[in-house]
Design a protein around this ligand. Structure first.
Ligand code: THU
Length: 129
């Protein structure tokens, strides 16, 4: 199944806005709602390195800030020479908002994973999901 060309263009376009002067790893993400609304995010680093935030969380928090509570798909890309996989913290944040699918774009490659395959035993408050 091919990811909409426009979404691929959009996530790649975001790389230019990444703020990564320390690692040099530019990351761009889209958070897409079940209705198809799209929110962008990039990684934002800091001289105090531990304060850096991943692109996926910025995209999801951007969506939430705009009133969204459900995210269906997260799309990510980076300037690495291999597909970028989300960190564990971002997977947990995806879980919070019901993300079903994580789509990794690398050049012409589009790799799809179910969130439940990447994070099979998430922490949940009720401990019942
Ligand atoms: N980064 C992301 O934005 N997303 C990921 O999935 C992994 C890592 C960022 C954080 C940091 O700015 C840089 O990549 C290197 O770790």
């Amino acid at each position: 199944m091919s990811l909409n060309e426009e979404l691929i263009r959009l996530v790649k376009d975001g790389l230019k806005h990444s703020y990564a002067p320390y690692s040099g790893v530019r990351v761009s993400a889209l958070a897409i709602t079940p209705e198809g609304r799209v929110y962008r995010g990039v990684n934002v680093e800091n001289a105090s390195l531990g304060l850096s935030v991943c692109a996926e969380r910025v995209a999801i928090f951007n969506a939430v800030t705009n009133g969204e509570r459900r995210i269906k798909t997260v799309v990510i890309t980076s300037n690495l020479d291999r597909p970028i996989y989300p960190c564990g913290a971002c997977l947990q944040v995806m879980q919070e908002f019901g993300v079903e699918e994580v789509v990794i774009v690398h050049g012409d490659e589009v790799i799809r994973h179910k969130l439940k395959d990447l994070l099979p035993m998430p922490f949940t408050w009720e401990g019942r999901r």
